[in-house]
Design a protein around this ligand. Sequence first.
Ligand SMILES: NC(=O)c1ccc[n+]([C@@H]2O[C@H](COP(=O)([O-])OP(=O)(O)OC[C@H]3O[C@@H](n4cnc5c(N)ncnc54)[C@H](OP(=O)(O)O)[C@@H]3O)[C@@H](O)[C@H]2O)c1
Length: 248
Amino acid sequence: MNAHALVVGASSGIGLAVARRLRHDGFQVSGLARRAAPVDAAHRSFGCDLSDPAGGGVEEAIAAAVAALGEPEVLCYCAGHAALGATLAVPTEAARRSFEINFWGLDRCVRAVLPRMSARRKGSIVAVLSLAALRAIPHETYYAAAKAAADRYLGCLAHEAARDNVSIKTVYPGYVPTGFFERAGWHGMERPAVSGSGVSPEDVAKAVARLVEGAASRAVVGWRERAIVLGDRLLPGAYDRLLKRRSR
Ligand SMILES: NC(=O)c1ccc[n+]([C@@H]2O[C@H](COP(=O)([O-])OP(=O)(O)OC[C@H]3O[C@@H](n4cnc5c(N)ncnc54)[C@H](OP(=O)(O)O)[C@@H]3O)[C@@H](O)[C@H]2O)c1
């Protein structure tokens, strides 16, 4: 039986592309989301709601996926939702929901899967984060804070997981035209126009697949995003000054 890859947030966008890519690479794939996957998707869908602090059926969905396809060798967390806009106009409830999905949902899945991987001394956990985890982006305050929290959480966890031969990996895309930005809750302002075409969900999926196969532990996706991260390292504050000048 081929190895099992469990993709959280596999019903659309990046998660669906990751599920297809891992299937193409020989994994048996299970997908978690509220919606079932489209009919052409080559994976088994299991329903749950990651925004529910009471559990949302996440543990049950993972247990059902394990019963169907065996112990997971890969967990890829792609689920996400963003509360965006003018910071003080974002209702606390919407900000909390963003943390539930982007941070606590990840923690819930890790808690369900990591002990299984540790017991077998085998596995990779990959999380699709965001450029917003690495730098401050205007009007993404709560989303960026949740992604940055997830980044630090995984960085800490990686030290413990390594002792059990489980690797923790992170992916940082910029804009990906999946409808995510449009589906986000926009508060206190109109949704701004996106500049540039971004990278495709398939490009992000390729980066995920490379991390699953290789030794690297992180990938920034997109030349523009890599340039921004490099610029932040070499000329700290320069890109922020440019953003501030543009917003005047
Ligand atoms: N698109 C971008 O520009 C971009 C850029 C950087 C990072 N990212 C990150 O990439 C990841 C995937 O985003 P995407 O662009 O592929 O967006 P997407 O098409 O909206 O996909 C989001 C996925 O998360 C699932 N999800 C959302 N809320 C959920 C909930 N309450 N319970 C269970 N599943 C839930 C959705 O499934 P259901 O709706 O069926 O539940 C869907 O499968 C996210 O973590 C996002 O933060 C996206």
